[in-house]
Structure formats: structure tokens, C-alpha cells
Design a protein. Structure first.
Length: 295
């Protein structure tokens, strides 16, 4: 193979913002890329950049062993691939979905003679193809498929294999996003509290970043306690103290004319853990409240 010869070929179905970003990184890296999109304009744009625009999903799938899906939702996969021969194909699904959808899609692919890996993208489109941005993709399912195509999959972003259960990529994805949203909720509450005060958001910002960094120890602490189920050893600020202090937070929000809807569910969870058995739980770390979330 010469330096100018196309590298490992692949097919990409779906050219939304994320799909287009993925496509351009593979093209820039010299991979032979076949693309398909329900509306043809985006495929035609990429064809002008070196991709091959397929007229149908079947034509696109037939062009490569490795087929990457980046469609609107799980139902879109059924719509796009209905009646398409998948025998011998390696399907990598980067369509956003749930763990159950990933597992069901893996069984669906196996029934059609294909290997399958599900993915969870931990990046925005602007982070794709930018290693220093720190984006990566969780993958789970067929280890053989992942190992075969790892070099290609690592072109757009880092690749992290999280197990052969096809649902685990989506589960890791949503777990991290859930933590992110919770953090965003707390940050939103903090800024709402100073609205209308002689405190500039830009002055609170470095203090907020510093404080959140200092509180990062909770991640490891929670993992250790949930593993050991020991919620009492070495507790510094116990549940009873946290619940007592929560009243000040809620009263301050009321005084400032700010809704407490972003923080009150967590306060209620801690209170519920405490009141279920004050003697048993009062001295615990707040991590014990997590156990109430499992239905």
C-alpha cells in the first residue's frame, strides 16, 4: 500500500452534526468512506470531500465490512436497515440509546449474521477529531469486533471498551451524563442565588470552580462505601448534620426569591434516609442515601 492509498474502508449511515464530524475525521485520516443519509444533500457535500455517496442503505452496507450507525434514534435503525443483508458485517452503533436498546440491538444483529458493538459518545461534534479536547467513545459488545477495528474507531476520538455486555456502553454514557446534569443543576442554583445582588457571576465563577474541585473526593468516597456498604467509618460530616444544614439552604433560596426545585429532591432523599431510622443512619455518610434510589 502506498502512502496515498485509501486506508481501511468503512461505511457510515447518518450525517447529522455528529455523523458529519465523524465522517470528516475518517476522510482526513485517509480512510475510504461510503456514506448514506436520508436527505441526500449532506451526503453530496461529503462526496465533494472524497466520500462515496450511496443511493440506499443496502448499497452503503454492501460497500464495507465495517458499518457505523449514527442515526436519529433506535427506531431509525429498523427503518434504514429493513431488508438489508447484514451477513458477515461488523456493526458499530453510535446512535444514542438505552442499555436495553443496546442489548436488543445486539441480539437483532446476531440473528442477521452480524457482529455488533454499541457505543456511547462522550463528546460534542466540535470535539471530534480534536484529541486535546478529551472526547472519547465507550464501546461494549463483541470484543473481537472492537479489537479488529480499534485503530479505525480511535480516529475520531478515544475508544474505551467497557465489556461484552452490549448495554454497558450506553449505561456508562448515561451514568456520566447524569452526574454532569446534577452538577449543572447545582451550578445553576448557585448563579440564581446571586441574581440581583452586587456579586458578579465572573467573581463567583473561580470560587465555584475551586469549591467543586475540592468536593471531587466524593466520587471516590462514594465508590468505596457502596462497595464495602460501610457508611459510618471515618465520617466527617454526617447525614444528620447535612439534613440540619439543608434548612439554611432552602430558607436562603426562599429569601432570594429563587426556586429550590433543583436541590430539594436531594435534600428530601437525605431526609428520607435519616427519618427512616435516625439512630442507625444519623451518623452515616450521605452516600447511604443513594441506596434509596434503586427501585
Amino acid at each position: 500500500m502506498t502512502d496515498n492509498a485509501p486506508k481501511n474502508p468503512l461505511t457510515l449511515l447518518g450525517l447529522g452534526d455528529m455523523g458529519t464530524a465523524l465522517a470528516r475525521t475518517w476522510l482526513a485520516a485517509g480512510h475510504a468512506l461510503t456514506v448514506w443519509n436520508r436527505t441526500t444533500a449532506k451526503a453530496e457535500t461529503l462526496a465533494a470531500e472524497g466520500a462515496v455517496a450511496a443511493a440506499s442503505p443496502a448499497e452503503a452496507v454492501a460497500a464495507s465490512r465495517l458499518v457505523v450507525l449514527c442515526l436519529l434514534d433506535d427506531a431509525s435503525i429498523d427503518s434504514a436497515l429493513e431488508g438489508v443483508d447484514l451477513t458477515g458485517k461488523d456493526l458499530v452503533n453510535l446512535t444514542t440509546g438505552t442499555p436495553a436498546e443496546g442489548r436488543a440491538r445486539a441480539a437483532w444483529a446476531e440473528e442477521r449474521g452480524a457482529r455488533f458493538v454499541d457505543g456511547g459518545i462522550m463528546a460534542t461534534p466540535t470535539m471530534i477529531g480534536v484529541p486535546e479536547a478529551g472526547g472519547y467513545v465507550f464501546y461494549s459488545g463483541s470484543r473481537g469486533l472492537f479489537d479488529t477495528h480499534r485503530e479505525v474507531l480511535e480516529v475520531p476520538a478515544g475508544a474505551r471498551f467497557v465489556g461484552e455486555d452490549p448495554g454497558h456502553a450506553a449505561l456508562h454514557d448515561v451514568a456520566l451524563l447524569s452526574a454532569m446534569w446534577g452538577m449543572f443543576a447545582g451550578i445553576s442554583q448557585a448563579y440564581a442565588l446571586i441574581e440581583g445582588e452586587d456579586i458578579a457571576p465572573k467573581d463567583l465563577s473561580p470560587l465555584l470552580s475551586e469549591w467543586l474541585g475540592a468536593m471531587g473526593f466524593f466520587v471516590g468516597n462514594a465508590a468505596e462505601r457502596l462497595t464495602s456498604r460501610d457508611f459510618t467509618t471515618g465520617v466527617v460530616s454526617n447525614l444528620a448534620m447535612q439534613v440540619a444544614g439543608s434548612g439554611t439552604m432552602l430558607r436562603t433560596a426562599e429569601e432570594q426569591g429563587v426556586s429550590a426545585e433543583l436541590v430539594s429532591p436531594y435534600v428530601e432523599l437525605m431526609r428520607r434516609r435519616l427519618t427512616s431510622d435516625p439512630a442507625a443512619h444519623g451518623g452515616e455518610d450521605t452516600v447511604g442515601a443513594i441506596t434509596l434510589l434503586k427501585r
